[in-house]
Design a protein around this ligand. Structure first.
Ligand code: ATP
Length: 274
């Protein structure tokens, strides 16, 4: 991938190492960048370290007894090390966590109000811009007086994204928006993600196991294994790379994603055999 100038990057993650419980090493010298205004997909199989990467960026590791042992996370050119997670939200960094975290006992609108409380002190008007959210998610407008707990899975995902959107972030971290959703709903939600990016210029770091849908909306992508990046490039290049297609998009007749390392080993072996 051609490297953009550092100032063009809303997010830079430089060589980070993350350990949980002082014992489990989840990230091993991981680096990536999100150019301003772009959607970057972070792909890889279960346990590769995708969610951990997002938590390292938004400052949520401590909640799970995780620690950023070395390396740096730079958001809009500044190290995030000195800032608490809520301060990063005020600076324009929103994290939509895996599993559609919403307050089930509050209405849709109350969920949006609660999300906007995190913005106190950002020098903005007191009234949250509900219309911004309802414009992208008309279904939430219809359900605004209903309890979030009664929403369908797709509607809860919309609300989780809406809660992030109300902060009008510069960078959204999205953790598996397709999880548990039908192909149709997944397509709808990814369409809205692409619109938010195109219309508002919101940069996004998008974690997905469904590489096909993620690469369809992303500008660029990284593939992780065992806490490291193993391949990166433009979304188009990744989507057309025969190895990526075979091993991550399940298009080589192999079904489940296998290890990228194995392909390299296989290729070396093949060279050696021929
Ligand atoms: P998934 O798609 O399954 O969420 P992932 O790529 O997001 O996978 P992570 O959840 O970041 O992967 O996990 C990376 C590694 O860190 C795994 O080995 C996992 O077991 C470990 N891990 C994640 N969270 C914790 C935690 N809270 N405590 C201890 N180990 C953890």
């Amino acid at each position: 991938m051609s490297q953009p100038l550092a100032t063009d990057r809303v997010l830079e993650v430089n060589n980070i190492e993350v350990v949980y419980n002082k014992a489990v090493q989840a990230l091993r010298g991981l680096s990536l960048a999100v150019p301003r205004g772009q959607i970057v997909a972070l792909l890889g199989s279960n346990g590769a370290g995708k969610s951990t990467t997002l938590k390292a960026v938004s400052g949520l590791l401590a909640l799970e007894n995780g620690e950023l042992e070395s390396g740096a996370v730079m958001f809009k050119g500044r190290s995030t090390a000195a800032f608490a997670p809520q301060e990063l939200v005020r600076q324009g960094l929103s994290h939509v966590m895996e599993g559609r975290r919403v307050f089930e006992d509050l209405t849709v609108e109350e969920n949006l109000v609660a999300a906007s409380y995190a913005l106190t002190g950002r020098g903005r008007t007191a009234k949250p811009d509900f219309d911004l959210v309802y414009g992208y998610f008309p279904r939430l407008h219809e359900r605004r007086k209903g309890l979030a707990g009664y929403l369908s899975g797709g509607e809860q995902q919309m609300l989780a994204i809406g809660r992030a959107l109300i902060a009008e972030p510069d960078l959204m971290l999205l953790d598996e928006p397709s999880l548990g959703l039908s192909p149709k709903l997944t397509e709808d939600i990814f369409g809205i993600i692409a619109r938010i990016n195109a219309e508002r210029g919101t940069s996004m770091l998008l974690v997905e196991q469904n590489a096909t849908v993620a690469l369809a909306v992303a500008h660029a992508g990284y593939i992780m294994e065992n806490g490291r990046i193993v391949i990166d490039g433009s979304a188009e290049r990744l989507a057309n790379d025969p190895d990526v297609r075979e091993f991550y998009l399940g298009m080589g007749g192999g079904g489940e994603a296998r290890s990228f390392k194995n392909i390299k080993h296989y290729k070396r072996r093949k060279r050696w055999l021929s």
